[in-house]
Design a protein around this ligand. Structure first.
Ligand code: ATR
Length: 277
């Protein structure tokens, strides 16, 4: 039986096993997908398990999306993101040689989540909160959508300034300050715990804005609840999570002849599967 893993720390909260195991079953694939909490110095060993055929594919979550990179044979990601969330084996049926390849499906996940609700960021003023591991993938996806401005604010300003080196278009805003925007995106971990609040003045924000939170558990963070109360459009990170997983599944099932992998279903049943937690 083929084995797949999601690695991270912490990892308990991950819904990836639930989703991928469902899709494996749906596609009659004899495989199992598990989660594993690891430390930084476990990475090398785990990648070598891919080389010797014990593990077929890996998803990577916080805080290892960057630190896995040196152990891979090849990365196929936009350099600026420095973020790998999917590791798969690229098989070459002609030479018979295998390569361990890193990809970033968070970018696609974010993009598809907006397309699904028909939100166009073109010409819009975007305000990003946070400068953590997933933030560069979101900026990268947004830049392709040609917004008019991307502002970014992070508690530790230095991290925001660092991101500006990779994305010179960014306008850095002091933490706690609010500028006029059309769409605001929370990429911080604030809100994962129910009592956590982002220190912004919601009453200072005009009407008809779009609030997006990368967090999907809890389903509605304080950030989204405050926005909803004031009649703004809201969206959590659930569809981004599902679409990044769908793209990863597709890579996991790419055949040695390089034909496209399987695109598993994203439907009501899949959504319900993640609702129960
Ligand atoms: P990492 O920084 O290891 O990539 P992450 O979970 O991807 O971790 O990112 C955490 C993000 O949430 C950061 O933007 C972090 O801000 P700092 O750079 O200032 O640490 C933000 N964050 C976490 N806890 C926060 C808090 N209590 N107040 C404000 N921002 C917070």
């Amino acid at each position: 039986m083929k084995k797949y893993l999601v690695i991270g720390n912490p990892i308990d909260h991950s819904l990836s096993p639930k989703l991928h195991n469902y899709w494996f079953k749906e596609n009659n694939i004899n495989a199992v997908y598990e989660k594993k909490q690891i430390e930084e110095n476990d990475i090398e060993g785990i990648i070598s398990e891919m080389r010797n055929g014990k593990i077929e594919g890996i998803n990577v979550t916080v805080p290892f999306k960057k630190s896995v990179i040196p152990f891979l044979d090849k990365i196929e990601i936009p350099e600026v993101t420095q973020s790998v969330n999917t590791i798969y084996i690229q098989k070459n049926s002609i030479t018979g040689s295998n390569k361990i390849v890193g990809r970033n499906t968070d970018i696609l996940g974010f993009k598809f989540s907006l397309e699904q609700i028909k939100y166009s960021a073109k010409g819009k003023k975007i305000f990003i909160l946070g400068a953590g591991g997933v933030t560069p993938s979101i900026i990268y996806a947004l830049e392709e959508m040609k917004p008019s401005t991307i502002m970014l604010s992070n508690r530790t300003k230095e991290k925001a300034e660092n991101l500006k080196k990779s994305f010179p278009q960014l306008e850095i805003v002091d933490w706690g300050d609010i500028k006029n925007f059309d769409m605001i995106i929370n990429t911080t971990s604030l809100g994962l715990k129910e009592n956590e609040k982002i220190p912004i003045n919601y009453d200072q924000i005009g009407s008809g804005k779009f609030f997006y939170d990368v967090i999907y558990n809890p389903r509605k963070t304080n950030f989204l609840l405050e926005a909803e109360k004031r009649g703004h459009q809201i969206e959590n990170g659930k569809m981004m999570f599902i679409y990044q997983a769908q793209a990863a599944f597709s890579l996991f099932t790419v055949a040695p002849d390089m034909s496209d992998g399987l695109l598993p279903s994203v439907n009501k049943k899949v959504l319900q599967l993640l609702e129960n937690d």
